[in-house]
Design a binder for this molecule. Structure first.
Ligand code: FAD
Length: 192
């Protein structure tokens, strides 16, 4: 399942981690505080699923050129409350125009449009998006640990997973099975 499908499923209250009914998701470990990790964290938080982010860098990424956000991406960011925080810092557009090396019109591509897709395309600096996503993650009290570079999964069974960071620390999650009348007990799921 792609990340965008996973986030759509989570926002629809159909979290893939909850599909295994015999276990309960207590905390999800997310490796990487990039666009995906930060967005996933907000989506899990919206569904009251706790998570922790581990990022190899020492601080949020504050560089990078502009990226184009499609209506699909904007729909998700809107559901998470991010869109309203970034919309006036981006440039809205509907079409991409391609030109030949001789600078002649060559082709065009429909990227967005309010009537057809509910959102126009948006071009925005990556660091602006990272800044707002990181701020919202902090406001939601989702822990982000910087200087934590994931190295490898040390061991993994159906009920346990242990992984290692480059500082030598090992992290361990136990996946408890359902018992008695308790609806769920269980896992913390690392998401590489
Ligand atoms: C030049 C360029 C232009 C692009 N333009 C667009 C565009 O216009 N529109 C668009 O939608 N997409 C665009 N993309 C794609 C977009 O950047 C990616 O889809 C998006 O960044 C993926 O998000 P991510 O969080 O998976 O990865 P990233 O944004 O790369 O984030 C990964 C994070 O994980 C951290 N990390 C990596 N390894 C580890 C580790 N071992 N342990 C802990 N942390 C780790 C990194 O430091 C980083 O912070 C572009 C990509 C490039 C390269």
């Amino acid at each position: 399942m792609s990340l965008i499908s996973s986030i759509q499923a989570i926002l629809a209250g159909n979290c893939p981690f909850k599909k295994a009914k015999s276990v309960r998701v207590e905390n999800v470990a997310i490796i990487g505080a990039g666009l995906s990790g930060l967005t996933l964290a907000l989506a899990l938080h919206q569904q009251s699923i706790p998570c922790t982010i581990y990022e190899a860098r020492s601080a949020p990424l504050n560089i990078g050129g502009a990226i184009m956000l499609s209506p699909n991406a904007l729909r998700i960011l809107d559901l998470l409350g991010v869109y309203e925080r970034i919309r006036y810092e981006g440039y809205d557009f509907d079409k991409l125009y391609f030109r030949s090396p001789a600078d002649q019109p060559f082709d065009e591509y429909e990227f967005g449009g309010e009537e057809k897709y509910a959102y126009r395309g948006m071009r925005i600096y990556r660091h602006v998006l990272i800044r707002e996503l990181s701020a919202m993650v902090t406001e939601a009290n989702i822990p982000i640990h910087y200087d934590k570079k994931f190295v490898r999964v040390v061991s993994e069974t159906e009920t346990d997973v242990t992984w290692e960071f480059d500082d030598g620390h090992h992290h361990h999650r136990h996946l408890s099975r359902r018992r008695g009348r308790h609806p769920f007990q269980g896992p913390q799921v690392p998401v590489p």
